[in-house]
Design a protein around this ligand. Structure first.
Ligand SMILES: [Ca+2]
Ligand SMILES: [Ca+2]
Ligand SMILES: [Ca+2]
Length: 373
């Protein structure tokens, strides 16, 4: 090979691949992350992986498009909350270096408290258990206009990301106006069918409706636990500010804000929200003070709800309270971990916004403030 052979993609790789992490996506699916691109023919051999000494069995191994992640499918469920071990042999990198024999890595199966709910708010592009950029095996709940444009509709028994039915339901209190399909298709936080659409509210008249302040509640929650709520919304192709303030009311009240205008990567979060004594969290949308849209549109495209352990025997320390004096929910469950994977402003940094103006503001001064939602 000469120095002009710049097209050569693999140059003298003599280092064997290594496994970095093992993550149980649900009780029958383990994801292995390797430190380099693997040879697909060896990576996809189920026989090269052994979980917990062979029980449950590995019935499929699939290298994902990133070339470094292998998804193992098991023939039985792992025990929730328990550690597991994967032993790997004979898997090779692109230069056919073989992983060290009996390479072992461990992980922990999510416990029953690590319940995760994903809700896609929007129109007809519902999110199923299909391809997604972040995790292809998540199961979703879809709130479309059929329920979301009513003030008494219920989406019962939400399923977790591993498709376990729960006692948690979503009950509408005040309707959304309708669905908007103009969200981003470039986000990687959630599947395209979740980010491209949203349900919206408005204050000035739109679609013959005025002062639409959407409001709903999650019921069937555990009053003893804390919940991390992540809000996402995207509305592309606009030049104004369309910030929504999400208010979460349970044992206490907290708010978070997100500007949907041209948003791709940002989220808003309320961490450690404690439900009411009856197990409910009520979530309401209103335009934030910074929202200067002519209709004061508000949006919700995705809601992610992580149930977290919240030890009542460990009351929040004074220092934690002092850091977030305006956020009773976060302070009430200071043990709740942050969702460090996603960017966006933490809710505890956002001061409460003033109540929204329900009267029409001055006439839109620019044609760019279109009458389109
Ligand atoms: Ca290598
Ligand atoms: Ca959707
Ligand atoms: Ca959506």
């Amino acid at each position: 090979m000469t120095s002009s052979n710049a097209a050569a993609r693999v140059v003298n790789d003599t280092i064997a691949p290594e496994v970095l992490t093992a993550t149980a996506r649900n009780r029958q699916t383990i994801e292995l992350l390797f430190n380099e691109t693997l040879d697909v023919f060896t990576a996809n051999v189920p026989f090269f992986y052994e979980v917990n000494g062979g029980t449950p069995g590995v019935i499929a191994a699939e290298l994902r498009p990133d070339g470094r992640t292998v998804v193992l499918s098991l023939n039985a469920e792992l025990e929730a909350g328990s550690p597991f071990t994967v032993v790997i042999s004979d898997v090779q990198d692109l230069s056919l270096n073989t992983i060290a024999p009996n390479t072992t890595i461990t992980g922990t199966v999510p416990g029953p408290e690590a319940q995760v709910l994903l809700i896609d708010f929007g129109g007809g592009n519902t999110t199923l258990n299909g391809a997604s950029p972040d995790d292809p095996i998540n199961h979703w709940n879809n709130l479309t206009t059929t329920v979301g444009s009513t003030s008494d509709g219920v989406l019962p028994n939400l399923v977790t990301t591993d498709n376990t039915a729960t006692a948690v339901s979503l009950a509408m209190i005040e309707r959304f106006n309708g669905a908007n399909e103009n969200g981003t298709t470039a986000a990687t936080l959630f599947p395209v069918d979740a980010t491209r659409d949203s349900l919206y509210g408005n204050t000035e008249p739109f679609n013959t409706l005025t002062n639409i302040f959407p409001k709903f509640k999650l019921t069937g929650l555990d009053p003893a636990l804390g919940y991390n709520l992540t809000f996402y919304a995207s509305r592309t192709g606009v030049g104004d500010n369309r910030t929504t303030r999400y208010t979460v009311a349970g044992a206490a009240t907290a708010t978070a804000e997100l500007n949907a205008a041209n948003n791709v990567t940002n989220v808003a979060q309320v961490l450690g929200a404690r439900p009411s004594e009856t197990g409910e969290l009520t979530i309401s949308l209103a335009p934030a003070a910074s929202n200067n849209n002519g209709n004061h549109f508000t949006y919700l495209g995705v809601l992610k709800c992580n149930r977290r352990s919240c030890r009542r025997s460990s009351p929040p320390r004074a220092s934690a309270l002092a850091r977030s004096p305006s956020n009773g929910l976060a302070a009430a469950c200071s043990k709740a971990p942050r969702l460090s994977r996603v960017p966006g402003p933490p809710s505890t940094a956002i001061p409460p916004a003033p109540p929204p103006s329900t009267s029409p503001q001055t006439t839109a001064s620019s044609g760019s403030r279109s009458r389109r939602k």
